[in-house]
Design a binder for this molecule. Structure first.
Ligand code: SF4
Length: 375
């Protein structure tokens, strides 16, 4: 089982971001930490220490915005309430401006993986995105993180930024590969409703830079990272061998996870099925009742099958069809023979002896492929 902890605070909202996050004053942050510690304690009692936790992920928002005392309180609550595996992957997302002391503190607390939001090396792109840091601040953070003892660092890169040329992306990727982080996440910018970018660029469905350009920048990212020793293990994620994110893989493989904090989602077993739930997204409600749920539903067998396929296809190793058969008592082929044959004939999927994977063309038409598996 995995744990996700949501810290919904950021110094300032980025122009493209539709995550459940935003600025808050110290008083609200302190009240939030109290509520979160209460939620962790209660959920831990319900679940018990029998289940080993293989991954803990502090995400946001910007978890590094909390004070050391607050981060320590949340970390200790998790440690006291749950049974963490000896080799658990314990990640915290940090802003490049977190500062040296905090990075050393995170390492001493027990975090063993950092995720740093860099996005670009170009001042013009960082400014357009509304990021609060410069490339030099990211660089300082990366060096400080190594110095603090982090040997597993993930760097976020954004592609398909309006105005981004191939040359600009090449410069960003060159600087990243020079630093040699263990993991890189590279997502294309999409315009989300309710963001300043939505106001600015309008209600466009695809990427601002156009589909063709976006694909060109995507494949350039894949090729550059692969030629620098990164394994392309998921559509948008790359890792040095052995450094694939356990947190990410757990999600795509449908490992059970407990989400704690404002708006956090969980997928937990109950009576032989899975229950998907989401915590309240209202900060006022959460502060007074951190156990409040916004929604909760029992997944049907069909829903679990669909998720197993379309989440599995996101990974370059694809869906493990042997594992699928063991879990559901029926083969992928027996459920989807026509779909698989059609997609294979179009060159979009490849069916191996024990896997079903996207082809390169299938990656370009991923959403179309996933939709074919919805029953
Ligand atoms: S720092 Fe991350 S979570 Fe916060 S506003 Fe920017 S993109 Fe969103």
């Amino acid at each position: 089982m995995e744990i996700y902890i949501h810290i919904p605070f950021c110094e300032r909202k980025c122009n493209y971001c539709d995550f459940l996050s935003g600025p808050a004053d110290e008083r609200v942050r302190a009240m939030y930490v109290d509520a979160l510690v209460r939620e962790i304690g209660t959920r831990a009692q319900e679940i018990g220490r029998g289940e080993k936790i293989t991954s803990v992920y502090f995400g946001g928002g910007t978890p590094s915005i909390l004070t050391e005392r607050e981060t320590g309180a949340v970390f200790e609550a998790v440690n006291a309430g749950f049974s963490l595996a000896d080799d658990a992957e314990i990640t915290i997302e940090v802003n490049p401006k977190s500062g040296r002391d905090k990075l050393h503190f995170f390492r001493s607390l027990g975090f063993n993986r950092l995720s740093i939001g860099m996005q670009s090396v170009h001042a013009s792109e960082l400014e357009l995105l509304g990021r609060i840091h410069t490339y030099d601040e990211f660089l300082e953070c990366f060096v400080d993180a190594r110095d603090a003892g982090f040997s597993n660092i993930s760097v976020d890169v954004m592609t398909a930024i309006p105005g981004q040329t191939e040359q600009m992306l090449a410069e960003t990727l060159a600087k990243v590969t020079e630093l040699n982080p263990e993991h890189v996440s590279a997502y294309s910018l999409m315009i989300e409703r309710g963001t300043p970018f939505y106001e600015r660029f309008g209600d466009i469905e695809g990427p601002v830079v156009g589909e063709e350009n976006e694909r060109k920048l995507y494949w350039m990212t894949v090729d550059t990272l692969k030629s620098n020793g990164y394994k392309h293990y998921e559509i948008s994620n790359f890792a040095k061998p052995g450094f694939e994110s356990r947190h990410n893989i757990g999600y795509w493989k449908r490992v059970h996870y407990l989400g704690l904090g404002l708006g956090a989602s969980s997928c937990m077993p109950e009576d032989g099925s899975d229950v998907r739930s989401r915590n309240t997204t209202s900060i006022e409600t959460y502060l007074s009742d951190p156990l409040a749920k916004e929604e909760s539903s029992v997944l049907t067998r069909d829903e679990m099958i669909e998720e197993t396929i379309y989440l599995g296809l996101r990974m370059m190793d694809g869906v493990d069809t042997d594992e699928f058969e063991k879990k559901f008592g029926t083969s992928v082929r027996s459920l989807y023979a026509d779909t698989i044959d059609d997609l294979a004939a179009q060159g979009l999927v490849y069916e191996g002896s024990s896997s079903l994977t996207l082809t390169d063309l299938g990656i370009d038409y991923g959403n179309h492929v996933f939709a074919q598996f919805l029953r």
